[in-house]
Ligand binder design. Sequence first.
Ligand SMILES: CC(C)(COP(=O)(O)OP(=O)(O)OC[C@H]1O[C@@H](n2cnc3c(N)ncnc32)[C@H](O)[C@@H]1OP(=O)(O)O)[C@@H](O)C(=O)NCCC(=O)NCCS
Length: 159
Amino acid sequence: METVTLRRTEDSDLPILFEFESDPKAARMAAFPPEASRDPEAFYTHWRQRLASPADVCRTVLVDGHRAGVVMKFEFEGDPSVAYWLGREFWGRGIATRALSTLLEEVRERPLYARVAHDNRGSIRVLEKCGFRKSGRGRRFASARGEDLDEFVYRLDRS
Ligand SMILES: CC(C)(COP(=O)(O)OP(=O)(O)OC[C@H]1O[C@@H](n2cnc3c(N)ncnc32)[C@H](O)[C@@H]1OP(=O)(O)O)[C@@H](O)C(=O)NCCC(=O)NCCS
C-alpha cells in the first residue's frame, strides 16, 4: 500500500499546487476555487499570506514521497474550516480520505466546517468518511461554473 504522509507546506510546493488548482476539470469539480487559482502571481501572493498566517494549517500531501496535493485548515467567514485538493493522477485511491484523517489528528479544534458543491460526490464522501455530517446549505456564485450553485455545509463535532 502506498504511504500517505503530510508535511508543512513550503514555498517550493506552490508551483505544483498551482498546477493542480488550475486544472479545469478539478476546478469544475470543486466549483468554488479561490479566484487566485487562475493567475500564478495572485496564487503565490495568496498562498504566501496563508503560509504566514498563524490561524492556518497547510499540509502538503505526499504519496510515497511525491507531492500529491494539499490539505488545510483555515478560516472561512469566521468558521474554522477544512479543504483539500489533489492532482488528478492521484484521484480515486483513498488518498484524500487518508490525508484529511491525518490532518484531523493534528488539528483538534471542534467544530470544524467544510463547504462543498452539492454535486461534488467525491468530496462529500471524503467528508462523510471522516465523520463530518451535513449541517446546512447555501447558494453562491461558483466561478468555475459561471453560475450560482447550491453548496452544502458539513460539520465535524467529534474528535
Ligand atoms: C475531491 C477529491 C479530493 C477526492 O480525492 P480522492 O483521493 O479521489 O478521494 P478518495 O479516494 O479518498 O475517495 C473517497 C470516496 O469518494 C468516492 N469518490 C471519489 N471521487 C469520486 C467521484 N468523482 N465521484 C463519486 N465518488 C467519488 C470514492 O469512491 C470514495 O468512496 P467509497 O469509499 O465509498 O468508495 C479529489 O477528486 C480532488 O482533489 N478534486 C478536485 C478538488 C476538489 O474538489 N476539492 C474539494 C473541494 S470541496
